[in-house]
Design a protein around this ligand. Structure first.
Ligand code: AMP
Ligand code: ZN
Length: 114
């Protein structure tokens, strides 16, 4: 998508701190971190929300928890715990309409989130 922030970051048109770059998924540091570790794990294929996923995406989406595990282990979060969360739709707090998983950790996390 020409006008999508995360597609532009994927293409290198907007700078970001990349922490992972795979064939189908990449990860960056969130620009406005809500925890000591706040990463965004992002499919390279553009889908606006989780609701747009199809069966074709199962393998790619299924790879994300293990990518999150690797990123979490590198930061010691396998010991302290981490959260992997997706906001789906404006009512859930989604502000960038290209699917992304938030990986948060490094401080005690409350439940339920706001
Ligand atoms: P959400 O509200 O779930 O759509 O999450 C969007 C996230 O993208 C927020 O946590 C923002 O801080 C983050 N964000 C917005 N712009 C950028 C950017 N240019 N680089 C990195 N993260 C960003
Ligand atoms: Zn996009």
């Amino acid at each position: 998508m020409d006008d999508c922030l995360f597609c532009k970051i994927n293409k290198g048109e907007i700078p970001a701190k990349k922490v992972y770059d795979g064939d189908e998924v990449f990860a960056i540091e969130d620009i406005n971190p809500q925890a000591p570790t706040h990463l965004l794990i992002i499919p390279k294929k553009h889908h606006a929300t989780l609701l747009d996923l199809t069966k074709e995406d199962h393998a790619m989406i299924g790879s994300i928890p293990t990518i999150a595990n690797d990123l979490a282990r590198e930061r010691g979060l396998d010991q302290s715990g981490y959260r992997l969360v997706v906001n789906c739709g404006a009512g859930a707090g989604q502000s960038v309409f290209h699917i992304h998983f938030h990986l948060l950790g490094g401080r005690p996390l409350q439940w339920p989130p706001g």
